[in-house]
Every structure is written in C-alpha cells, then in structure tokens.
Write a protein that binds this ligand. Structure first.
Ligand SMILES: NC(=O)c1ccc[n+]([C@@H]2O[C@H](COP(=O)([O-])OP(=O)(O)OC[C@H]3O[C@@H](n4cnc5c(N)ncnc54)[C@H](O)[C@@H]3O)[C@@H](O)[C@H]2O)c1
Length: 418
C-alpha cells in the first residue's frame, strides 16, 4: 500500500492556537471532517462562530468557509477520529527544561478515544524523546493497544511532524513548506505522510521521530545563534560609536557573508524558548547556544540603558514606544522584548505613549497605569521627546523625516537608518 492509498474520514486537531487553528481550517477545506479540540471554552465558542481568536492573514476567510460548510467544528474534549494532531504549548519550567504537562494531558485525553489503526501526530516543539513518551503514556492509559515501541510494529501509528510556519504567512506556508515526518516506524511515517499529502505541496521528508524532534530544535537554535551574533555586533558598535546597520550591510556584500539584523532581543514562543530544550539536555556540550541565549536575553536591558541615558536630559520626558509585538506585522505579544521594555519604562518617571497598530487594547501591565496612553503613530511622534522604535512594523516605515530629526530617536531595529 502506498501512502496515498490511506484515507481519513475524520481528523482531530488538539490545541487550537497559532498552529492548530490554521491546520484545522486548512484540512477542513480538503474535504475531511475536522474536529478541533481545545480546553479553553472561549476558543471553542469563537471557532464555532467561524472566527479566529487571533489575527492572521487569510485565516478568517478559511475558517468561515470551513465552519459554514459544516466541515469544521470544535469541542472541549477529544472525540473518536481516524487521526489526531496534537499542537498544544510546550513552554519551559523555571529551570528552563521543557514543560511537557500540556502534551501529556492532551495525549492522555486522546488515548481514551483511540481505536486500532488510528494515527497520533505530535506537532508541538518538544525535546528529543517526547514522541516515545507519547507511546508510553498511551500504553499506560490503554494497555490493550499495541504501540510502535522497541521494534514492534504496533496497531496505533505515532509520528512527530514539527511545524515551521511563519506568523503572518501561516496559511501560505502551511501548504508550501517542506515538512519533516518522523515516524516511530516506517509504517507510522507512511501513514503520517498520507495525512499531510491532503494539503502540503512541499516535500515530505521521512526520518525517525527522535531525529525529527532534534531537527526542529536545531532550526530554532541556529536562528538564535545567528541573531545573537548580530546583537553582539550592535553592542560592539554602540561602544565604538559606529553604525551597526551600515557595518552589517557592507559586510553582507561579501559573497559568503549573510549577517542578520540586530534588534531589541528575541521573543515569541519559539526561538527564545526552544534552544533551552537542547541546552538543558546537554549542558556541557552547548556553550555556544547558551551564550547566544545570554546575549539575546541581555538585549532589552541594553536598550533600556540607552533610553535611560536620553531620559536624564529631561525632567519628566514623554517617551513613545513604537511596537509591542515580538516581530513585525503581527499581534502576538508572547515573550516580546518590546513589551518587556515598555513595561520597564512605564515604571519610570515618564509619560509613556504606546503605539501598537496590531492590537485593540493594551495588555493589563500597561493599561492599568495612569502614566501610559495608547495613541496612533502620528500623534505619538508629534508629542514625544524620545521615540523608541521597538518593532519594524511596515506601518512605521514612512515616518516624517523632519519630525524625526527634531526628536531623540532610539531605533532598535534599523528601520529608519536611511
Ligand atoms: N506559533 C508558532 O509560530 C509556532 C511555530 C512552530 C511551532 N510551534 C509550536 O507549536 C506548539 C503550539 O504552539 P501555538 O503557538 O499554537 O500555541 P498556542 O498557545 O497559540 O495554542 C495552544 C492551544 O492549546 C490549547 N491547549 C492546551 N492544553 C490543551 C489540552 N490538553 N487539550 C487541548 N487543548 C489544549 C490552549 O488552550 C491553546 O489554545 C508549541 O509547541 C510551539 O512551540 C509554534
């Protein structure tokens, strides 16, 4: 039997966040019945109204179509299906090792409704060995099922297939990106391939589950180390009084050099978190990755020092923070260095203006403070003594040049270097 011979009538996506929701909506447009599962009732209710609980280009159109045609619905507990995709959070614990409690509880809930021949795929970014743990948790819940462990084929298929879509381009990349398919056996990988073939146009590359787990962590650690190099250069240039963006753009004219852009730090749920899953598993083998984490985590403090130096010139300055999200042109504030910097500045003797065109309301940490106001871009530039550009949103690109020249500007992302 080839992968394309397998069929799926019903597929369940467990965890309807940034990864699970676009995946569920996309699958539903391929003629499969999709059952979304999320422990948060608000997420389930919103999906059943055909709406997303976060903003992502093209997702609302896809969701509305999927829900109105009856192909996608959401519930709070798993129901029987032919395949289950688990996409729940994997944050870190205080010691920076992975918190697998969400994966474990989702797996144990899915185990209750599994039947022979079903496929369970983990998409959450996880430490090496997690897919094996999934087999063990299912075996504990359902001892009568045979899991693909220790060379036995099993009658349940288990695979690890990491996600690498980019917020802001998720609906497109979900279909176009190449994917790693890590099977607990060859048969598991074949079965997982047949699921992704329903909507993926990119290559589907088979390997073992443990290698697939490692590859996802390598990808994010690679990004983190490269960003740290750029951030370290920005610290060096600041000390030397030189322009880091000019230096990097000239260095990048070398045919084999491609340095990334410095910024105010690294945020989000992935790059700032996932390298720790490798570091905590092999501390004495990962000094470079650990140093990269330290450089990137130290960057918000550096930016705050730069802003405070400028603040000393005023009695009570008006400081405008432009952007709160962890990267440009999205509304995601998770682990955002920009938010961290704005929160710290709000504690100072300043009037703080915050501009974030991608969110309606400020987060509680800022909204509840008397010295903080949300304003639009133009108003902020007109009123501020110090302008701190924290996120390179497209909306901030065309700032009036003459106005900027009359303000103290701390541009942490190099958007206005021209
Ligand atoms: N967001 C990204 O850009 C991205 C990219 C690649 C990989 N990942 C990885 O994908 C995974 C999910 O990330 P996300 O950004 O979608 O997270 P998210 O926080 O946006 O969504 C996770 C959802 O899972 C739900 N949930 C938690 N426990 C549950 C359970 N037991 N059963 C059912 N639902 C449960 C939560 O209520 C939430 O709605 C993480 O491991 C993340 O590292 C994320």
């Amino acid at each position: 039997m080839t992968a394309s011979n397998y069929s799926f009538k019903t597929i369940s996506v467990v965890g309807l966040g940034y990864i699970g929701l676009p995946t569920a909506a996309t699958l539903a447009t391929r003629g499969v019945e999709v059952i979304g599962v999320d422990v948060k009732e608000s997420v389930v209710n919103r999906l059943n109204e055909g709406k997303a609980h976060f903003s992502e280009p093209d997702l609302d159109i896809l969701l509305e179509a999927a829900v109105t045609t009856g192909k996608l619905r959401a519930v709070t507990e798993p129901l029987p299906a032919d395949a289950f995709i688990i996409a729940v959070p994997t944050p870190f614990l205080p010691d920076k090792s992975a918190d697998l409690s969400y994966v474990e509880s989702a797996t144990r809930a899915v185990a209750k409704v599994l039947k022979e021949g079903d496929l369970v795929i983990l998409e959450s970014t996880s430490p090496v060995g997690t897919t094996r743990k999934i087999c063990e948790w299912i075996a504990e819940e359902r001892p009568e099922l045979e899991l693909p462990l220790n060379g036995r084929p099993g009658n349940i298929n288990i695979a690890y297939c990491p996600e690498r879509i980019l917020p802001g381009r998720m609906v497109f990349e979900l279909v176009e990106n190449d994917r790693i398919i890590g099977g607990m056996s060859n048969a598991c990988a074949q079965r997982a391939e047949s699921l992704y073939r329903l909507f993926v146009r990119g290559a589907l590359l088979h390997t073992k589950a443990a290698v697939a787990e490692l590859v996802k962590l390598i990808e994010n650690a690679y990004r983190d180390v490269n960003i740290a190099f750029a951030n370290e250069l920005s610290n060096v240039c600041e000390q030397m009084g030189l322009n880091v963006w000019e230096a990097i753009s000239l260095a990048n004219r070398h045919p084999r050099v491609n340095i990334l852009n410095p910024g105010p730090g690294v945020g989000g749920h992935c790059i700032a978190v996932d390298p720790w899953f490798l570091i905590s598993a092999a501390r004495d083998k990962t000094p470079l990755m650990a140093a990269a984490r330290e450089v990137n985590d130290g960057k918000p403090k550096r930016v705050l020092e730069q802003v405070r130096q400028q603040m000393d010139r005023f009695k009570r300055p008006v400081v405008a923070c432009l952007g709160l999200s962890y990267k440009p042109d999205i509304d995601d504030l998770r682990e955002s260095p920009a938010l961290h910097i704005a929160n710290a500045l709000a504690q100072e003797d300043v009037n703080l203006i915050v501009v974030e065109p991608h969110i309606q309301d400020l987060p509680d940490s800022l909204a509840n403070r008397a010295n903080v106001e949300k304003k639009d871009f133009d108003e902020a530039l007109r009123n501020a003594d110090i302008v701190v550009l924290l996120v390179g949103h497209a909306a901030f690109k065309n700032a009036p040049h003459d106005l900027l020249l009359s303000r103290i500007v701390v541009d942490t992302v190099g958007l206005w270097q021209h």
